[in-house]
Ligand binder design. Structure first.
Ligand code: ARG
Length: 458
């Protein structure tokens, strides 16, 4: 391996070399590194820092290297220290001394900051699109289930009736926020660090704005020491990824729970289930469980990098090489989880009757009965107390509120009349909750529309 910094120092111990090397991790960045180098060569040529014919030669050769890597003609040598060394050494191998001009007015410190930003931009955009597909999938499912009544829970105890559509749109709002956070983070990711060099800029008459523009950046960073030592953009992504995974994990938990024999509200398609090697009857929700499980590593990656960065003096320190393994893992995990989740959600079948049956038992219309009394003039606290007593008696007698006869109701209070049965009809209970954000079909339709309109903005 030919080191870029061979000059002052003799060879290292091979053990130290291999410990120091990052190519097995940052090899992933070859495309970004070459694209960045092409822009750098163009800028060097345009500003007259190198001759334009030399710049052209470098650009052509870099394009060939990229093509050869893409189609497998050239393999990244694991003997190199990092991807930056590999590309530069390969260039020099191909065009001789002219290749050595490329690193004028550049350092691996601003180069790696650039490569990582270009990589993260592409991956964040992929994730934003995957979230859109996921939102579309659950919005479509919600549209089909506007009238599918299910129990709504607090403390995992039946609370008030909602619909499956309303429930799904709760997740819709979470993932919409995740998507907004991802979009927002792009603003800070897309700031070009190139031209900051090692830490203190350069004496060459470089054109940072032009080089940034060539790479799709609208802005350049404002302080060279910050540019090479900032990993906020990675941490911001990893923190957004952790939140997204937390949401996926909560949804997974409910998919697991709701597909169990005890709930039996939904059925996961066989395509996204696994069997047991010993129990022939089993159909396990492994995909949802794995997504729940993988949330741990995304949290871990965030904490690993926060800890790496904590207490680092300015500017670049080699500790920061540890950013990539954690970042890449979070990126891959989020992408893989979303990729499997979208079709899995589409293929989930809903057991309407089971949900509705579960909603019919559990006194979830008790609040509505209390509201019924208040609307007839009884103070809410008194109504609440009276309904509490009626529910307690009904539980003892194993009856639902609908089972109790009108004469018995009148025994509790003369305010009750026949219309109470309409007030506690479970469908009516849902339909009447038409406040904005509520479970009534018209309210949920508005929620679906909102999500669809936000997706369109992408
Ligand atoms: N492999 C290094 C990293 O990922 C690249 C920057 C190296 N810079 C240096 N001065 N050693 O952080």
């Amino acid at each position: 391996m030919s080191k870029l910094w061979k000059g002052r120092m003799d060879e290292n111990d091979p053990v130290a070399d291999s410990f120091n090397s990052s190519i097995s991790i940052d090899g992933v960045l070859y495309k970004q590194d070459i694209i960045g180098s092409i822009a750098h060569a163009v800028m060097l040529g345009n500003t007259g820092i190198i001759k334009s014919e030399d710049s052209d030669l470098i650009v052509r050769s870099l394009e060939e290297i990229l093509e050869d890597l893409d189609n497998g003609k050239l393999i990244i040598s694991k003997k190199e220290e990092d991807i930056h060394s590999f590309v530069e050494n390969e260039l020099t191998k191909r065009i001789g001394d002219k290749g050595k001009m490329l690193h004028t007015a550049r350092s691996r410190n601003d180069q790696v900051a650039l490569d990582t930003r270009l990589y993260l931009k592409e991956k964040t955009e992929e994730i934003i699109n995957l979230i859109s597909s996921f939102l579309e999938a659950i919005s479509d499912k919600a549209s089909q289930n506007l009238y599918t009544i299910m129990p709504g829970y607090t403390h995992l105890q039946k609370a008030q009736p909602v619909t499956y559509a309303h429930y799904l749109m709760a997740y819709g709002m979470m993932f919409l926020r995740d998507q907004e956070r991802m979009k927002d983070s792009l603003k800070r990711c897309m700031v070009s660090p190139i031209g900051s060099c090692a830490l203190a800029g350069t004496t060459y008459p470089i054109d940072r704005i032009m080089e940034g523009k060539l790479l799709g950046f609208k802005e350049i960073s404002q302080n060279s020491m910050d540019s090479v030592s900032d990993r906020d953009f990675c941490l911001e992504f990893m923190s957004n990824a952790a939140l997204l995974m937390m949401h996926l994990s909560r949804l997974s938990e409910e998919i697991i729970l709701f597909s169990s024999g005890e709930f039996d509200y939904i059925e996961i398609s066989e395509a996204y289930s696994t069997g047991s090697s010993i129990m022939p009857q089993k159909k396990n929700p492994d995909i949802a469980e794995l997504v729940r499980g993988k949330t741990g590593r995304v949290y871990g990656n965030l904490f690993a990098l926060l800890t790496v960065m904590k207490g680092l003096p300015l500017a670049y320190n080699k500790d920061m090489q540890e950013d990539k393994e954690a970042l890449f893992d979070s990126v891959d995990t989020v992408i893989n989880c979303l990729k499997v989740y979208v079709p899995m959600m589409k293929a989930i079948s809903i057991k309407k009757e089971a949900m509705e049956k579960a909603a019919a038992y559990g006194y979830m219309n008790a609040t509505d009965l209390a509201d019924y009394l208040t609307k007839k003039g009884m103070p809410f606290r008194d109504a609440y107390k009276l309904i509490g007593k009626i529910v307690a008696d009904a539980i003892k007698r194993k009856k639902t509120l609908e089972d109790i006869k009108i004469e018995e109701y009148k025994g509790y209070s003369s305010v009750f009349s026949e219309d109470l049965y309409q007030a506690i009809d479970i469908k009516e209970c849902v339909n009447r909750r038409n406040s904005p954000g509520g479970p009534a079909p018209e309210s949920v339709k508005a929620q679906i529309e909102y999500i669809k309109s936000q997706i369109k903005k992408n």
